[in-house]
Write a protein that binds this ligand. Structure first.
Ligand SMILES: *Cc1c(COP(=O)(O)O)cnc(C)c1O
Length: 445
């Protein structure tokens, strides 16, 4: 038997009756947010006290449950760093931005981010159960004045109805699971009325901040809206408690596949041994590690950032060393709105026309002999299979022969050198002549 997960309660809450402690409404209404309150649970450092007394600080709120996971005697506790502000939070840094992922630029209507061809991010609230200090959406999160109105919600639904390429809707915020149950159910009902929406996903840290919210009543409601997927957000093994295990058990028993998205954070989980323990504990509670994010270039998160090399090193220490199921993908969410980009160590060392040279996690170097008589299937075989929307086929589209090159903005003007249209400049010259199939045998003609 692996060691059982444990339950913790800070001494300040020792006298709270169980039925209150286990009531998510009690947890929400007893969140700690001032230096005076927090100091009753953990002695504050100078830096933390200073931050908590700063005007205009990104919202602070910690549930009694989550603050109980902190070791009060450790000023560097990994749970503490995630929710208790420090003065470093006020420091700016090179390339820091308010909206580093340019989500607002990819937003056709308020609260909807349509960045990828077939899926959207739908922000349904700005409120959370507790607030992560490195929040990528701190520009709106925590501020009740920024929350979405019924009219905006109607606009989101209207957009989805008229956008049939969207097959996957990711509910986030804020945290969708802090919404009043009726409102959440209304959102799910409205989404399920749209025939082209195949799956709905929820991104929530509620199971981690307030596992008592995951009641039987909630999972009974959620399972009416399948296929429904849910990603939680755990960064450190200390966050995996008996209560979280029970909450995840309820969710998986309701048929909801669980994933985890974590953020690589200096002083919290920037170490391969911590990450390995984290992913092992996650798979024990049937949560599949999904993404490990490089920390975004967002205000307040400077002191949490690590070099990208740290993430590569962690991936090197996971892949092969543990179950494939336990290995997340390391992702840099590209500043400026480029979207998620996976990064990993190199395993492909070299290649020739019929052979590749590979290395494994142990440093064993080998070759894979490729076929020399491979003929790709003709496109006709794939009739009736959906193709991506034109213009977003990307690098794969280049392989398919949709476009020959992708140019940086202003490329043609620069290279025109202010010249004139003359007899040697004919656009047709730069279109492949089409001898053979131009390398795109799979293309439908
Ligand atoms: C992360 C994200 C998604 C979902 O991405 P997956 O890689 O499919 O999990 C969708 N839209 C936006 C804007 C996102 O940031």
């Amino acid at each position: 038997m692996p060691t059982p997960f444990v339950s913790k309660r800070a001494p300040l809450f020792a006298d709270v009756p169980d039925e209150k402690w286990n009531d998510w409404r009690w947890q929400l209404s007893h969140r700690l947010n001032t230096a005076e309150e927090i100091e009753k649970v953990i002695p504050l450092t100078e830096s933390e006290r200073k931050a908590l007394q700063t005007q205009g600080l990104f919202r602070v709120d910690v549930t009694p449950y989550f603050i109980s996971l902190i070791d009060p005697n450790d000023p560097e506790d990994p749970v503490r760093r995630q929710v208790i502000p420090r003065s470093e939070e006020m420091q700016s840094f090179t390339a820091m931005m308010e909206d580093s992922l340019a989500e607002d630029r990819h937003s056709p209507v308020p609260g909807l981010v349509h960045r990828y061809p077939d899926r959207v991010l739908m922000l349904v609230t700005t409120q959370c159960a507790s607030y992560c200090r490195y929040c990528t959406r701190s520009r709106i999160v925590g501020d009740p004045g920024q929350t979405f109105s019924q009219a905006e919600f109607d606009m989101q639904i209207e957009y989805l109805k008229r956008t049939p390429q969207v097959r996957d809707v990711l509910l986030s915020g804020g945290d969708p699971l802090v919404l009043a149950p009726k409102i959440l159910e209304q959102i799910l009902t409205r989404l399920r009325e749209i025939p082209h929406i195949e799956i709905v996903r929820i991104g929530s840290r509620v199971p981690v901040f307030m596992p008592m919210r995951i009641t039987q009543e909630l999972t009974d409601m959620l399972q009416k809206y399948h296929p429904l997927w849910l990603n939680i957000h755990v960064n450190h093994p200390n966050e995996i408690s008996l209560e979280l295990e029970q909450a995840c058990d309820r969710l998986t028993k309701a048929g909801i596949p669980l994933g985890n998205q974590s953020v690589l954070l200096a002083g919290v989980n920037d170490n391969v041994h911590i990450q390995r323990e984290l992913v092992h504990k996650l798979v024990r509670i049937r949560v599949r590690p999904y993404y490990l994010y490089q920390c975004d270039l967002v205000e307040g998160a400077g002191h949490f950032r690590t070099p990208v090399a740290k993430g590569i090193e962690i991936m090197e220490g996971l892949r092969g060393h543990t179950s494939g199921y336990a290995v997340p993908q390391y992702i840099i969410d590209a500043p400026g709105g480029g979207g998620k980009i996976p990064v990993m160590p190199n395993y492909l060392l070299s290649m020739s026309d019929h052979k590749v040279v590979l290395r494994n996690y142990e440093g064993y170097v080998t070759t894979y002999e490729e076929p020399t008589d491979y003929v790709p299937e003709k496109a006709a075989k794939f009739k009736g299979i959906k193709r991506p929307e034109p213009g977003q086929a990307g690098i794969h589209g280049m392989l398919e022969g949709d476009v020959m090159s992708i140019k940086p903005e202003g490329f043609d003007q620069i290279h025109d050198r202010g010249g004139i249209q003359h007899r040697l400049k004919d656009e047709k010259k730069w279109v492949p002549l089409g001898i053979g199939d131009g390398g795109d045998a799979n293309k439908e003609k």
